[in-house]
Design a protein around this ligand. Structure first.
Ligand SMILES: Cc1cc2nc3c(=O)[nH]c(=O)nc-3n(C[C@H](O)[C@H](O)[C@H](O)COP(=O)(O)OP(=O)(O)OC[C@H]3O[C@@H](n4cnc5c(N)ncnc54)[C@H](O)[C@@H]3O)c2cc1C
Length: 410
């Protein structure tokens, strides 16, 4: 029987599979996409060192390594259900049921849409869809675009779209509301953009942080130039909000309005920016449905992107034989996902092969690597990730103790 079944062949799942296979486990990986690599396939950016982070190459390296270690990888297979059994897990997929002793969920994150009038028009797409079209399928989505949502991901992908030859006319914000919330409040957007100064993964983002270096977000939003700041030719306009995507049967532009620093409409300031397509960048949320089916406890953690399955630093859940790694545990960069995957794979080996000093040492080194990678992360999706993670690990241990006590009493 398979020792470890991994759902998701992104950086977390592949790294976990490699680490577990290196320790002698029989490992199988499933992914519903036709290619391995997960979100790595869309990533292309320049590091502060000047080197390029090429996600496709990294995905290929992980794929080759996994194959060398004897990992069985099957693409175009969707996992729809899982159930715990006496031997471990029954995993229900689009090609039938698969049995495994241990299960690792590395299903990544999904995008959050921001609904506004016209958002269902053809040509109104998510920012991730634009990244996949350009970087994965090599299809230019159009000649010009407007991006709604000024955040780390939209700025990084705007840069990638420019490399594809797309003219990004402007990055604006959504109008604040029950879904957009702080993403539509200029002073809050400024606060998150200012964090990019020291984290900037490339020249583009380094410049994006400059304007807010010496002042508070509130003041920065007040004095933010009406026409925005240009970063590598792209105007970022945090005081201009989208109120409608316009077009007859096809998106042809965005109707906008000027807003105050706290996000209120300024009357008489409506404008239209024309574009071939419109991207909505509403942020990312962990994709954790399968963990919910398995019976994991969940916590809502804003800093990690939403509801996450409660887990230990070693990537165990409270459900025996069930592990998680990567963006399902909180939205972070691909490098952190890879480091977490290694911890998960080694922990499964430690728990399956019997505790050994050698594996324990490997787990400790891998945990150190996660902390270092996180501390040096170039793309930080939310502030306060380190503290949020520490809280989760404490809550997990408390739950583990409570469950043990309940079992002892009964
Ligand atoms: C749109 C988007 C853009 C991003 N851009 C960047 C970026 O530029 N730089 C960066 O550092 N990070 C980026 N990220 C964050 C990114 O998610 C991480 O960098 C990293 O890829 C997370 O790794 P992972 O292995 O956890 O998940 P992923 O890389 O997302 O891999 C998860 C895999 O699980 C598979 N899967 C999910 N559910 C199932 C199922 N039920 N059955 C079978 N297979 C399943 C998916 O097909 C996917 O291949 C982006 C994320 C998104 C959503």
């Amino acid at each position: 029987m398979i020792d470890l079944l991994v759902v998701g062949a992104g950086p977390a799942g592949l790294s976990a599979a490699i680490a577990a296979a290196e320790q002698g486990l029989k490992v199988k990986v499933l992914d519903e996409f036709p290619k391995v690599g997960g979100r790595l396939l869309g990533q292309l950016h320049q590091e502060p060192s000047g080197e390029w982070w090429n996600g496709i190459e990294m995905g290929e390296k992980l794929h080759q390594k996994a194959r060398l270690e004897g990992v069985n990888i099957q693409c175009e297979v969707s996992v729809s259900d899982i159930s715990r059994t006496d031997f471990g897990w029954s995993v229900y997929t689009s090609v039938g049921m698969i049995k495994a002793k241990n299960l690792l969920l590395a299903t990544g994150a999904s995008e959050t849409a921001i609904p506004l009038p016209g958002w269902t028009l053809p040509g109104a797409i998510s920012i991730g869809a634009a990244q996949v079209m350009g970087n994965v399928h090599r299809v230019k989505p159009g000649n010009s675009c407007v991006i709604i949502g000024a955040n780390v991901l939209s700025i990084a992908i705007a840069n990638e779209l420019m490399l594809c030859g797309v003219k990004v006319k402007e990055i604006i914000i959504p109008e604040t509301g029950p879904v957009a919330k702080d993403a539509g409040v200029p002073e809050k957007v400024m606060a998150s953009l200012m964090r990019l100064t020291h984290l900037a993964p490339n020249a583009f983002l380094r410049q994006a942080g400059k304007f807010g270096k010496f002042v508070s977000p509130k003041v920065a939003a007040q004095f933010f130039p009406k026409n925005g700041i240009r970063v590598l030719g792209i105007p970022i306009r945090v005081k201009k909000a989208a109120i409608e995507i316009i077009g007859e049967g096809q998106a042809t532009g965005v109707r906008t309005v000027a807003v105050t620093p706290d996000g209120k409409r300024i009357q008489g300031t409506e404008q239209v920016t024309e574009a071939d397509f419109v991207c909505i960048a509403g942020g990312l949320a962990p994709m954790s449905e399968l963990a919910s089916i398995a019976g994991c406890s969940f916590k809502y953690v804003e800093e990690l992107g939403g509801h996450i399955p409660l887990h230990s630093e070693r990537m165990e859940t409270a459900v025996p034989g069930l592990y998680v790694a990567g963006n399902i545990t909180g939205v972070e960069s691909a490098k952190v996902a890879m480091a977490q995957g290694k911890v998960a794979g080694l922990t499964v080996a430690f728990n399956t092969n019997g505790a050994s000093k050698k594996t324990e040492m490997l787990v400790k080194c891998a945990l150190d690597d996660v902390r270092k990678t996180r501390a040096n992360a170039l793309i930080e999706f939310q502030p306060g990730i380190v503290e949020a993670r520490e809280r989760i690990y404490v809550q997990f241990e408390q739950e583990r103790i409570a469950v043990k006590q309940a079992i002892t009493v009964s």
